[in-house]
Ligand binder design. Structure first.
Ligand code: PL3
Ligand code: FE2
Ligand code: FE2
Length: 224
């Protein structure tokens, strides 16, 4: 039984909730950038951005429902490195890089985190999280289809951006480990979901399973 009103739960939730709100707001911005970079899909990408905007509002209401004020400064500082990388890719009009970072890595991270949160969420947040996971799966599918259609010539570019972005993603998780634990999330489950979904996503764009697995192992090795 989780005591959603305890001070230790609320304290940790204020940082986890802020991380999610910031991540969703950035996803909104990233899909607007992608709409400019991929004009033929502009309408669809703006629709995905609007879904992210709704996630920001919905997760904000989860904090409010528990009487928790999100610690926005913490959330923002945790995303700084990933955001800097996205902006650099955007400035160099690296469409593949932007789509791998937002559409594969961040979306897989979100799906894994929300799946791990589901069994320990309060009933209000659980209903919201179920609907959000469904949306994030659509975002992931868009990126998979677009990248898959580009064929083999972008594989080394995909691997290269993953090598840069995966350690930055893992360090967010490490920084949040004790807060995630305090709200009942099992970080091993979260990582296992991420590895499962991410290898599957890379496989669906045509990258052999062994290469996808090597990429994840390399990330783990770099971090230790
Ligand atoms: C993609 O649409 C948005 C990406 C957001 C990334 C969020 C990472 C979250 C890490 C821990 C989340 C636990 C869930 C708690 C929900 C209040
Ligand atoms: Fe989202
Ligand atoms: Fe998303």
């Amino acid at each position: 039984m989780i005591d959603y009103k305890s001070s230790s739960y609320c304290d940790a939730y204020s940082r986890v909730n802020a991380l999610v709100i910031v991540g969703e707001a950035l996803a909104d911005r990233h899909f607007r950038s992608l709409a400019r970079l991929i004009p033929e899909d502009e309408k669809h990408l703006l629709m995905l951005a609007a879904m992210e905007g709704r996630h920001t509002v919905d997760f904000s209401s989860c904090g409010r429902n528990l009487g928790v004020k999100p610690s926005m400064a913490t959330g923002k500082s945790l995303f700084t490195a990933l955001e800097r990388l996205f902006r650099a890719l955007e400035n160099s009009r690296d469409v593949v890089g932007c789509l791998v970072l937002q559409g594969l890595i961040i979306e897989c991270f979100a799906v894994a985190a929300y799946r791990a949160y589901l069994p320990v969420a309060d009933p209000y947040a659980r209903a919201i999280t179920v609907a959000v996971i469904d949306d994030e799966t659509k975002h992931l599918n868009y990126a998979e289809c677009w990248l898959q259609a580009m064929g083999q010539q972008i594989h080394s570019q995909i691997v290269h951006i993953c090598e840069k972005a995966l350690p930055l993603t893992l360090s967010i998780l490490k920084a949040m480990k004790s807060d995630l634990h305090a709200i009942g999330i099992d970080c091993t489950d979260l990582l296992a979901f991420f590895c499962e979904d991410f290898t599957q996503a890379l496989f669906s764009v045509g990258i052999p399973l062994a290469d996808a697995q090597r990429l994840l192992i390399k990330t783990a090795a770099v971090e230790h």
